[in-house]
Ligand binder design. Sequence first.
Ligand SMILES: NC(=O)c1ccc[n+]([C@@H]2O[C@H](COP(=O)([O-])OP(=O)(O)OC[C@H]3O[C@@H](n4cnc5c(N)ncnc54)[C@H](O)[C@@H]3O)[C@@H](O)[C@H]2O)c1
Length: 271
Amino acid sequence: MSYNLLKGKKGIIFGALDANSIAWKTAERVHEEGGEFVLTNAPIAMRMGQINELAEKTGSQIIPADATSLEDLQNLVEQSMEILGGKIDFVLHSIGMSVNVRKGKAYTDQNYDWTQKGTDVSAMSFHKVMQTLYKNDAMNEWGSIVALTYMAAQRVFPDYNDMADNKAYLESIARSFGYFFGKDKKVRVNTISQSPTPTTAGQGVKGFDGFIAYADKMSPLGNATAMDCANYTVSLFSDLTKRVTLQNLYNDGGFSNMGVSNEVMEPFMKE
Ligand SMILES: NC(=O)c1ccc[n+]([C@@H]2O[C@H](COP(=O)([O-])OP(=O)(O)OC[C@H]3O[C@@H](n4cnc5c(N)ncnc54)[C@H](O)[C@@H]3O)[C@@H](O)[C@H]2O)c1
């Protein structure tokens, strides 16, 4: 259902790789709500991905940008304002990658070059995106910036590896930069902490099937889907959430406040 919540709003959406991507679903929902946007992803991901299909469906243009490159980001922001005909109202940072996870390196046996690469891509890129927008005065007042995160930033999930530290850093950047963006430009900055979701990045985590089934059984409302995340993001881009900022917002079916659920306890019961 469409409510026209984003009519007249313009934005940039990072991270749509394929139809499973949270950013893909978000782009579809933003389009349905009347928002216009530029799609962007790392040049290498575009060669692998199906982003053209999404661009066609949503009437969007694609500008490749490696989110760790200030030069690419500057070009992205300049070109986006040109294409969209003005300043930006919303930005989705939906980017994550750990080389240690990809290559099966344990948390206790890090290759620090890879750790650094993962931090740059998954967390520092968020600072770089915001700094580029800020310096170019590219955001409209009452604009909204959202990044996606996971609860391993607060609690231990052993196989989430160095991504846990990257997410803690990402959430901190949202608060720290959110202060300046709020004070100086009236722009809000939040992170959404999403349930485990079957996407390319999600499935890279060891034991993901067990992980997702466990979270589902623990959560009174079950796991939040990629579509649930897209809908929540639309609400944060809309004018209905104007003074929500510096928050880490859980979209997880209640998981983060659970101790244990009856379903999870069942195998341990004597009778
Ligand atoms: N899937 C989950 O279980 C889950 C749970 C909570 C949070 N998240 C977060 O959601 C976000 C989106 O991930 P997803 O699950 O949709 O997976 P995905 O694999 O579809 O998306 C990750 C995206 O990051 C992009 N990317 C990687 N390196 C980049 C770079 N240098 N520059 C620009 N883009 C780059 C990839 O090309 C890809 O499009 C990530 O931040 C992820 O950590 C995912």
